[in-house]
Design a protein around this ligand. Structure first.
Ligand code: 6GU
Length: 226
């Protein structure tokens, strides 16, 4: 998968994709992330990409021209499956959307700043608008990092144990069950005996019960969905 991200602060995203799972994904050639500085398409030599909003009011708006030039140039080269604008008024990002996006070949993310981007760019170029939750961030970059991480780990071959993403919290509308590792007893606290029994059927049943109980207690809303 090829991911391109347009931002006025691409430096913010240098680190998240340079470590751990995302780094491995890129080394294996399974996911490649390219950052683009929007000021490369600025309207003047001072790097101007935003302006005051019509109608008045505090806060700058990101201008059409730099964004449209950037989108057209990159889209001609990469034929994006989706051109995604990150914004708190977008569709809420959930596991189902991560699953769907993980099947795409080529994605462009546009990180908004200030009061957002000129509505005409949204009307004519954006194919999807995504929010990562009901709170306001100072820009779309951290949202892009969250989304790219969530979809990157679903690409086959990115995780070592390919089955492990299937048992994540949310894949079946259930939270994950508790997990334990060695030692069997620590400060007198014992690991549940069933996990040491070697009975795989019993263990699967126990994990399922625990997942349901945990979901009922912490996120009963998940059990009511669809
Ligand atoms: Cl995608 N962007 C911004 N600026 N704030 C957010 C968000 C996105 N999602 C939740 N809050």
């Amino acid at each position: 998968m090829n991911i391109h991200i347009i931002s006025v602060v691409p430096e913010l995203l240098e680190s998240p994709f340079s470590h751990s799972i995302m780094k491995r994904a890129s080394e294996k050639g399974l996911m490649h992330v390219t950052m683009h500085q929007l000021r490369k398409w600025a309207v003047n030599e001072y790097g101007m990409v935003d302006d005051y909003q019509f109608g008045g009011g505090a806060g700058m708006v990101m201008m059409c021209e730099p964004l449209v030039k950037a989108i057209e140039e990159l889209n001609a080269a990469h034929a994006f499956d989706e051109i995604i604008y990150l914004t708190p008024d977008g569709e809420k990002f959930q596991q189902g959307l991560a699953n769907a996006l993980s099947l795409k070949k080529s994605l462009l993310f546009i990180c908004g700043h200030y009061k957002g981007i000129d509505q005409r760019v949204r009307d004519h170029f954006i194919t999807r608008e995504i929010s990562i939750g009901d709170y306001v961030l100072s820009g779309g970059e951290l949202a892009a990092a969250v989304i790219v991480d969530a979809i990157g780990r679903l690409i086959p071959g990115v995780l070592n144990d390919e089955t492990s993403a299937l048992f994540d919290s949310f894949q079946d509308n259930l939270l994950a069950p508790p997990v334990y590792t060695r030692p069997e007893e620590f400060h007198g606290w014992k690991v549940p005996a069933v996990l040491l029994s070697g009975d795989h059927k019993k263990i699967a049943e126990w994990r399922n019960e625990q997942a349901i109980a945990r979901t009922q207690e912490r996120r009963p809303d998940l059990l009511k969905e669809d």
